[in-house]
Design a protein around this ligand. Structure first.
Ligand code: FAD
Length: 381
């Protein structure tokens, strides 16, 4: 009998990998240190932004398009509504670098966008203050994903296809050898044919120092004075690029509160769980931006949460086998922008495990790009 695959980490990437492996008939066992759907993951916090026009470059677009198809597949198989695609808007000075690269990306990759000046944008999205001289770029295929529901839907589907789930079971060590990998937990040791490491901000335990480090990402909720103006149809998720910062706002999920964030890392952490208690210095600049551009919101957060994500030196995730242990595949370091492609990562991991290659457009995320640059990877290779 084929020896099962161990998927370590049942968060964003691990849940998708387990779903993809089990729907292809590969026996798999999934481990997580916390209960399923816990509130400490990089998938926590209600909503994640999805878009296809990406200022990070046109090389992202094929993976983003494929991700949308796979999200729809997961919706169809699970019967769960996971996507809310009412469009995604990027706002900034027309000459700002991020706006220029976004438009360049859309043009190069043939992504449908609509450019709105401040008058047109205010007419369409009355609660979003777009200033004269700013432009709003509407990505019609963008919107929101429900991350906790997506993770649980993928785990349900995996289990229905035969995967075994071991929640509240932390993996304390892995020992790869020529014939397989031994996985150690407080409950004992077990042999597997291969391992997928999808341990997010906790990945340092298994990887060379410095390759993936934990950083804090914060979320804040503001009360709306005019709830009707903050629902998805008229208040799509959007990013405003201002003064080197990205201010992100999300459509209200409950007609009461609107989530906002300063995009990206808010600083490195000694340990992932420190994210939950770190001082939220970002409240003041965020509330200032809210007061200026969103008069329909009270500019004082009524709820704040922060979470850890794994970050790499170049701000993109790493996917692929460890050079010294080809039966151990890593998917980590998605640096606060990986959720949107999670099912592509899961499918790529399943492809790599089954056939050693993948047609998923993840070339820019290969772990091998760090082989010449990461001292740890060089030393251990
Ligand atoms: C607040 C926030 C907002 C974000 N916003 C967006 C967005 O709008 N759009 C977007 O595309 N991306 C966004 N991201 C990024 C995206 O959500 C993350 O990149 C992605 O969720 C990372 O997935 P992951 O699987 O690597 O980590 P996680 O989802 O955290 O999963 C890691 C799992 O591994 C488990 N684990 C770790 N160590 C062990 C062990 N030893 N044994 C067993 N289990 C273990 C953990 O418990 C956890 O469940 C955001 C991230 C954050 C934190």
């Amino acid at each position: 009998m084929q020896r099962p695959v161990a998927v370590i980490g049942l968060g964003s990437m691990g849940s998708m990998a387990l779903w993809q492996l089990s729907r292809r008939g590969v026996p798999a066992v999934g481990f997580d240190q916390f209960p399923l759907g816990h509130m400490n993951g990089a998938f926590s916090g209600e909503t994640r932004m999805f878009r296809t026009a990406y200022s990070n470059g046109p090389h992202w677009v094929p993976a983003l398009r494929r991700a949308k198809e796979l999200w729809r597949t997961l919706e169809a198989e699970s019967g769960q509504a996971l996507l809310d695609l009412n469009g995604f808007v990027s706002i900034g000075d027309r000459a700002a670098d991020r706006i220029a690269s976004l438009i360049g990306c859309a043009t190069a990759a043939g992504v449908e966008i609509e450019m709105l000046d401040s008058t047109e944008a205010r007419a369409r999205f009355p609660a979003i203050g777009v200033e004269p001289g700013e432009v709003a770029v509407l990505d019609k295929a963008g919107g929101l994903i429900k991350p906790e529901r997506a993770v649980m839907a993928a785990l349900d589907q995996a289990q229905a296809s035969g995967a075994e789930l071991r929640p509240s079971c932390a993996v304390t060590g892995i020992e790869p050898d020529e014939g397989g990998v031994t996985v150690e937990t407080p409950q004992g040791r077990a042999r597997f044919g291969a391992v997928i490491l999808a341990t997010g901000a906790w990945s340092q335990r298994f990887l060379p120092p410095g390759l993936v480090t934990p950083h804090r990402v914060g979320l804040h909720w503001y009360l709306s004075r005019t709830p009707d103006l903050f629902v998805p149809d008229v208040f799509p998720p959007h990013i405003r690029y201002v003064g080197g910062r990205a201010v992100c706002l999300f459509s209200s999920q409950d007609r009461t509160m609107v989530k906002a964030a300063i995009g990206g890392s808010l600083g490195p952490l000694d340990a992932p769980m420190d994210a939950r208690t770190a001082a939220p210095w970002e409240r003041a600049p965020l509330s200032k931006a809210i007061a200026r551009h969103y008069p329909g919101l009270w500019p004082h957060p009524v709820r704040s949460e922060s979470y850890a994500d794994g970050f790499t030196a170049d701000g993109d995730g790493v996917i692929g086998p460890l050079p010294w242990a080809p039966r151990v595949l890593v998917a980590a370091g998605f640096s606060a922008h990986g959720f949107k492609i999670a099912p592509v990562v899961g499918a790529a991991l399943a492809d790599l495990l089954i056939g050693g290659m993948t047609a998923m457009a993840i070339g820019h995320l290969r772990l091998s790009r760090f082989e010449g640059r990461s001292p740890g990877l060089r030393a251990l290779a």
